[in-house]
Design a binder for this molecule. Sequence first.
Ligand SMILES: C[S@@+](CC[C@H](N)C(=O)[O-])C[C@H]1O[C@@H](n2cnc3c(N)ncnc32)[C@H](O)[C@@H]1O
Length: 270
Amino acid sequence: VTERGETKPRLLHLACGDQAHPDWVNVEFFPHSVRYSFPVLGALFRRGARQVTSAGAPLRLADLRRGIPFPDASFDAVYHSHFLEHLDRPAASRFLRECLRVLRPGGVMRVVVPDLEVRAREYLAALEAARRGEQGADLLHEWSVVDIVDQMTRTDLGGEMQAWIDAGWPWRRDRPPAPRPPAARPGLRARISRLLVGPPTPERTGELHRWWYDSYSLVKLLRETGFEGPELRRLGESAIPDWKRYEFETLPDGSPRHPGSLYAEARKPR
Ligand SMILES: C[S@@+](CC[C@H](N)C(=O)[O-])C[C@H]1O[C@@H](n2cnc3c(N)ncnc32)[C@H](O)[C@@H]1O
């Protein structure tokens, strides 16, 4: 309850990445970092497992595959963006059941995932354009395969996709991927961390994608998990109060931060 007696919604932002917000309880994990793997030792490096980001946002460290570390019915809204596809299918179902558990009856979950349909259509269009020999289609065709496959198969951090992102993809789609400079020698802190917890790999950092969703399968999964009225939403459209104020999904110029995404919302039955 605020000073003026208004009730503030209790908001939970899971797998927030660099989007932690002071009005939300933010959850992330850093499995390859010393402070996460050894909380006591980690406290010597920095503060322990509960911390606050530089922007003053509360941050809770947790591996969401092991559940959501909050009691039943403790939030009015739960939000996760570009996280569900990082879980294999059994883990995704468990995670969505956990989202349902921590929501109050009538509470809303907003989920954002990359859209398989967008990629599949883009791939087919690029393939046909490349066969016709259209200018730029060769590059677009290669990108469209990287966009579908790389995050599921990469063995290096950032994968092949990083070089494309460095060249401006997917926003500007005209330059070939930039050759990546050889990796710099890790600094002292990184070397100590590697000794203690092993090297960061895509498996461990959680950057691998383990499934793809489209508008049909996402809505079906939400319904099967027990959510009520799953619905697709537009960018910026939400039942969460003041949604636009948080600017999680847009860049400063208003364009989507994750182009080609699906936005869906569903409620916990009352
Ligand atoms: C693609 S990023 C999305 C970040 C942010 N939500 C956004 O939309 O930009 C996926 C995030 O999920 C986090 N993550 C992956 N596996 C996780 C797990 N098991 N538990 C908690 N966070 C995890 C990663 O650390 C990463 O920050």
